[in-house]
Write a protein that binds this ligand. Structure first.
Ligand code: SF4
Length: 375
């Protein structure tokens, strides 16, 4: 088999043969989602591994499987419980889609994942590459994957200089990836490409001397490795600042459920205010004590979000009805005990903040300042 396109090199079976042999001798073999053909486990790992390192995923993966051993158990769970288990992994739309996908597998496919990549792509949150990985690993379908790591390997080997921000170029690369598929051994080949991208063919310092396809690689021959892949459209970053109200009453904290769209969608979080004056106006006349805590910046893919936490402790003898009146502006909220809050789906910085309330936690060591200050 060969891959031909004007301006691109001709690759023969040598490419796939070497990838397969390298995977068998030097690839990764001990990951918990390998050596299984259970599509539930493979799918779960593929979703978790999107935008998250293997070392982080390992703990979450085991915990998830203990609580939801199969797709039926996951489908039957509440979204809150799924988000709580996902808490800290980030990119929470993955968790919501995971849940929706499990429900679709149960309601539309009798609890069995479809066996073809084409059908798998019809499920929530399953894109072309994830569908291909599940179909190749679980059902032996001869189909190409093209996740971020594999794009890097293939564009470098082929010297593929098309701008992947353009759909036509992305399609062309899919075509190349498909033409490179071996007739046999789709599983070790797919795994080999993933492993090569995750280990040797790194973003900044590829270890070409150890690479099994070095003599076939255009980027290595021309010392242009870091020029690939080409993608001109970059995410535009923005900045945002909010005052974060940590409202405590007796042993409880007031949390609000975030909307279904946007940052931390569906998670439980603290009420936000765009400005300190806005907050001061809102809280004028409130009883209790306000402590301004050190601000911090939470870095998201497209956003640097600086949060200024203010911990407001209401008097313990405040009547229930009075406490309810103070929080009536947030109909999606409720009071949580510390234990309930920590068991809920929380953004990672909030979990850290709540844990700092424990004796010896960061809060007890933090410098506290009376007053709200400015945002
Ligand atoms: S030779 Fe280097 S750049 Fe080319 S695929 Fe191997 S590691 Fe990547």
């Amino acid at each position: 088999m060969s891959v031909r396109k004007e301006g691109l090199p001709v690759l023969t079976d040598a490419f796939s043969t070497r990838i397969v042999e390298w995977q068998q001798r030097h690839g990764r073999h001990g990951l918990p989602w390998q050596h299984t053909r259970d599509p539930y486990r493979v799918w779960l790992s593929e979703i978790m591994l999107q935008q998250t390192q293997v070392t982080t995923v390992l703990t979450y993966y085991e915990r998830f499987l203990q609580r939801f051993p199969d797709v039926t158990a996951l489908a039957a769970a509440s979204q809150d419980e799924v988000l709580a288990l996902w808490s800290g992994l980030g990119y929470y739309s993955r968790a919501r889609n995971l849940h929706r996908c499990a429900q679709a597998v149960v309601s539309q496919h009798g609890g069995q994942f479809p066996r073809s990549s084409e059908q798998l792509q019809g499920l929530p949150g399953i894109g072309r590459s994830t569908a291909a990985a599940v179909a190749a690993f679980c059902f032996g379908e001869r189909v190409a994957i093209l996740d971020g790591n594999v794009k890097r390997v293939l564009t470098r080997v082929l010297g593929f200089a098309g701008d992947l921000a353009q759909a036509v170029q992305e399609r062309a690369l899919w075509g190349q990836a498909t033409a490179l598929l071996p007739d046999r051994g789709i599983e070790p080949y797919t795994q080999g490409l993933m492993d090569l991208g995750a280990t040797l063919c790194s973003v900044r310092a590829p270890q070409c001397l150890l690479c099994p396809v070095r003599d076939l690689c255009v980027a290595a021959a021309t010392q242009t490795q870091t020029k690939f892949p080409v993608k001109t459209r970059k995410l535009k970053r923005s900045k945002r600042e909010h005052l974060w109200l940590w409202l405590c009453w007796r042993d409880r904290v007031w949390l609000v459920q975030r909307p279904d769209q946007g940052v931390w969608a569906g998670l439980w979080s603290l009420p936000e205010f765009e400005t300190a004056p806005g907050f001061e106006q809102h809280s004028a006349g409130w009883p209790g004590q306000a402590d301004r805590l050190p601000p911090f910046t939470h870095v998201l893919t497209h956003l640097d979000w600086t949060l200024h936490p203010v911990r407001w402790t209401l008097p313990a003898d405040l009547e229930e009805a009075q406490a309810a009146a103070l929080v009536s502006a947030w109909p999606t909220g409720r009071w949580f005990t510390q234990a309930e809050a920590l068991a809920a789906g929380l953004p990672a910085p909030l979990r850290k903040l709540l844990l700092s309330r424990r004796p010896g936690g960061a809060l007890s060591r933090a410098r506290r300042a009376r007053g709200v200050g400015s945002v």
